[in-house]
Design a protein around this ligand. Structure first.
Ligand SMILES: *Cc1c(COP(=O)(O)O)cnc(C)c1O
Length: 424
């Protein structure tokens, strides 16, 4: 029995797949240890907060006294190593969640310093970096500055310290994941070093981390190493592939309250918000998240080995330490990129018959092609790939609800490149 009972995969690719499984064994063992630690952390948080079946029945209208919502937010706070948290289906996306957090904390004339170079594409408009977009932080008088990454893609700690000692900054902002760039993702150790550097020069500056794609990849979260606030999306890691939409914010009690006042209304904060029928999915998603993230990391490691051995530049390499679930594969040209995404899509459980094409997407500057055959629209904790059509024609792939199906998706992506004559 093998994949060839169901899919046509070239023998050379199958051999390489076997080689990849053998070579990545040690990595897989490490991933499983992290998964187990985080699973027990989450389980413990459920037990400590006395989660019960009644917590999942949901509320309507204002959602006053929704015990299930409150318990979920306590569980999430505990999982993120934070004092308090907000976790809601009402957040429309990760960007929306980050926007609420930024507007919750920053006031007109406050300065914000981004420590990790130009932020993720959809966040640039929130800050109003290139132009003062309507309703952006810049439009409200928040002053933006960034410290570019060094040549090797790592944060420039000396420049960061210098900038923070020159000027008073309300917030230092860190992006954990690489986004659509080739820089390495930050590990928890990197984030700890950055937090120490910030606090050593400017102890009153709040540190916020865009935690997208990083949750449960390591055994600690940013608030456990010095961050004051984190935010992320529930259709990525912490939704476990089950949450149908939403976002979370976690951090100090003070900052979470500020964010809650912005999320609903001043003085009301977290006390309202009907959960409708979504509590069960958010609970189940959070409970599944450590395992799902482990499967996604295994998928990334497998793909990294496979494509490196097919002759492509990959980052991170299969045996490098990872700070998120993203795997970047530099496929070199448009044909390779398109074939890769089309092949991956053909192995998806949902919409396998769809043939993805590059298109103009709201919030992104270049045309983007995506492979996204997911149960939840746009859920990138499910096996997916995004690729802006620009040099160096790299695909950023992530997710995989379970390793076995995700592995098939990756082999089908390579197979499609072979079929189209664009595989190296
Ligand atoms: C996904 C992501 C976001 C949020 O994106 P949405 O598509 O709005 O959920 C923000 N920052 C980074 C680094 C991301 O990966």
């Amino acid at each position: 029995m093998s994949i060839t009972n169901f899919f046509n995969i070239d023998n050379k690719l199958l051999d390489l797949s076997e080689k990849a499984l053998a070579a990545t064994r040690e990595q897989f063992e490490k991933i499983e240890k992290v998964t187990e630690f985080n699973q027990l952390k989450v389980l413990n948080a459920f037990i400590k907060n006395g989660v019960s079946e009644a917590n999942m029945s949901g509320s309507t209208g204002y959602g006053y006294d929704d015990r299930g919502r409150e318990a979920l937010e306590s569980v999430m706070a505990e999982c993120m190593g934070a004092e308090d948290a907000i976790m809601r289906h009402n957040f429309a996306s990760g960007t929306h969640t980050l926007t609420v957090a930024l507007f919750g904390v920053l006031r007109p004339n406050d300065k914000v310093l981004v420590l990790t170079g130009r932020p993720y594409d959809t966040i640039t408009g929130v800050f109003g970096i290139d132009e003062v977009t309507d309703g952006s932080l810049a439009d409200f008088g928040v002053i933006y500055n960034q410290v570019d990454l060094k040549e090797d893609g790592t944060p420039d700690i000396e420049k960061i310290k210098e900038e923070l000692s020159k000027d008073k900054y309300k917030m230092a902002y860190i992006q954990r994941s690489r986004g659509y760039s080739l820089r390495p993702s930050l590990t928890i150790a990197d984030i700890e070093e950055l937090c120490k550097a910030v606090k050593s020069v400017s102890p009153d500056t709040y540190i916020m981390v865009d935690n997208c794609y990083g949750e449960f990849v390591e055994t600690k979260e940013p608030c456990e190493v010095g961050a004051d606030l984190v935010a992320g999306s529930l259709i990525k890691n912490p939704g476990g592939g089950i949450a149908p939409t939403g976002g979370y914010i976690a951090g100090t009690r003070e900052l979470v309250e500020k964010c809650a006042n912005r999320m609903t209304c001043p003085g009301v904060g977290k006390e309202v918000g009907a959960t409708l029928g979504h509590s069960r999915e958010l609970y189940m998603g959070l409970f599944a998240a450590p395992h799902t993230v482990g499967e996604a990391v295994k998928t990334a490691v497998f793909a990294s080995f496979l494509f490196e051995n097919l002759g492509y530049e990959v980052t991170p390499r299969y045996n490098e330490t990872r700070g998120d679930i993203i795997q970047c594969l530099t496929l070199g040209n448009e044909e390779g990129l398109v074939a890769f995404c089309q092949g991956m899509q053909s192995g998806a459980p949902v919409d396998s018959f769809v043939v993805p094409e590059p298109w103009d997407m709201p919030g992104y500057t270049d045309k983007v092609i995506m492979a996204a055959g997911a149960f939840t629209l746009g859920a990138s904790i499910e096996l997916s790939a995004d690729a802006p059509l620009r040099e160096p024609y790299a695909a950023w792939m992530q997710g995989g609800l379970n390793f076995h199906s995700a592995k098939a998706g990756i082999l089908l992506a390579a197979q499609k490149m072979l079929d189209k004559g664009v595989l190296k």
